[in-house]
Design a protein around this ligand. Structure first.
Ligand code: CAA
Length: 387
């Protein structure tokens, strides 16, 4: 139907579906319940190449395109959004940033182990008092007199994968008076002195993905671990988030796909008032609207993937396409999972079925990597050129 979907795309989609349904779906409920981090299946995903899909083979990845990444991520999230969160951060927020802004030495040391799935990466922009308003961070990096190290101090929050991450791309202020032009990005090794992890956040959804604060107390970061130039950090953070937002849109689509499939099956089986509930117009209307919104999300995601691919050649921004895909797919996931619970009635509300997990997992897609309000702001600004 779409000639941009090639045989290779279908192959990676099927490989992801196969692994997700055989190895992740059966354990998803357990890890959601306990909040444990599913390290074994995360490592297996790395072994299959899912942690560096767009990274060239010489840097440990599989050298495919954004559409391949999105198709595979959607399949993983259909089984479990928590596994998808780790995959999305490793691929888009971490590996994409290193590929685009890293030096050759940084790629050798910090990209290869993450893209090949041996190590876990993370991305840290948010602080306790700096979320949507990302240019107002309080953490500081100061270059020492010898010019060899930056000394980093401060607290960063809501860092996905932080409890298990080996390396983290951290954004902090080197020149606070310059506001967002004073933000610089650094590559942090989490086993060095001066770095500490806070307690794991207890979360409503994506409970098997681990999130925590991280604290810096005179952490010594060598100058060669600066990612990009001083003051370039905000642009790096935003550029990387554009890629990340396609990942979160794909995650939302996977959750919505799973909720829709379960609802269709239930409507075909469950009987009330002497007929299948799928014969009632009110259920039919829900299913029709769910399917239409899911497919509209998929098309916006395809558009964003193609825009990102084009940007690899032209360098053009694809913020508009990425934000539209994330906004629509995440709100669709929330809406579709709400309808899915309604169709299932009491069973939808019960932990006997995965519907309530899909509903809890969907919510984060409207919040992280930019809330729906921020996506609307990005979309409107890109239409008017006004700030
Ligand atoms: N690509 C490249 N450059 C960009 C850009 C983009 N997508 N967006 C903005 N910029 C540039 C602008 O061009 C501007 O550059 P100049 O000064 O040279 O003109 C500069 O960055 C500042 O831009 P704005 O004036 O638009 O900045 P702002 O302060 O108004 O903020 C914003 C814009 C869109 C609201 C931004 O702050 C934003 O996206 N906020 C949300 C942050 C976010 O998504 N946080 C989630 C963190 S990750 C996470 O969720 C956790 C996890 O681990 C998964």
């Amino acid at each position: 139907m779409f000639d941009f979907i090639t045989e290779e795309h279908t192959m990676i989609q099927e490989a992801a579906r196969d692994f997700a349904q055989k190895s992740i779906a059966p354990i998803a409920e357990h890890f959601d319940e306990t909040g444990e981090f599913p390290i074994d299946t995360i490592r297996q995903m790395g072994g299959l190449g899912f942690m560096g899909i767009e990274v060239p083979e010489e840097y440990g990845g599989v050298g495919m395109d954004t559409l391949a990444y999105s198709l595979a991520l959607t399949e993983i999230c259909k089984a479990d959004a928590s596994h998808g969160t780790v995959m999305s951060v490793n691929n888009s927020l971490y590996a994409h940033g290193l590929m685009k802004f890293g030096t050759e030495e940084q790629k050798q040391k910090y990209l290869i182990p993450v893209a090949s799935g041996e190590k876990i990466g993370a991305y840290s922009l948010t602080e306790p008092m700096s979320g949507s308003d990302a240019g107002t961070m309080k953490s500081r990096a100061v270059l020492n007199e010898a010019g060899t190290h930056y000394v980093i101090n401060g607290v960063k929050s809501w860092v996905t994968s932080a409890p298990y991450a080996d390396f983290i791309v951290v954004f902090t202020m080197t020149a606070p008076e310059k506001k967002h032009k004073g933000v610089t990005a650094f590559l942090i090794e989490t086993d060095k002195p001066g770095f500490e992890r806070g307690k794991k956040e207890p979360k409503l959804g994506i409970r098997a993905s681990a999130t925590s604060e991280i604290m810096f107390d005179d952490y010594q970061c060598p100058v060669e671990n600066r990612l990009g130039a001083e003051g370039e950090g905000f642009k790096i953070a935003m550029t990387v988030l554009d890629a990340g937002r396609i990942g979160i849109a794909s995650q939302a689509l996977g959750i919505a796909d799973a909720a829709l499939e379960a609802s269709i099956a239930y409507a075909q089986e469950r009987e009330a008032f002497g007929q299948k509930i799928g014969q009632f117009q009110m259920i039919q209307q829900k299913l029709a609207d769910m399917k239409t919104r899911v497919e509209a999300s998929r098309l916006l995601i395809y558009q964003a993937c193609l825009a990102k691919e084009a940007s690899k050649k032209t360098g053009a921004r694809y913020s508009l396409e990425a934000s539209m895909a994330k906004l629509y797919a995440s709100e669709t996931a929330m809406w579709v999972t709400t309808q899915a619970i309604q169709i299932h009635g009491g069973m939808g509300y019960s932990k006997e079925m995965p519907l309530e997990r899909y509903f809890r997992d969907a919510k984060i897609t409207e919040i992280y990597e930019g809330t729906s309000e921020i996506q609307r702001m990005v979309i409107a600004r890109s239409l008017t050129g006004l700030r």
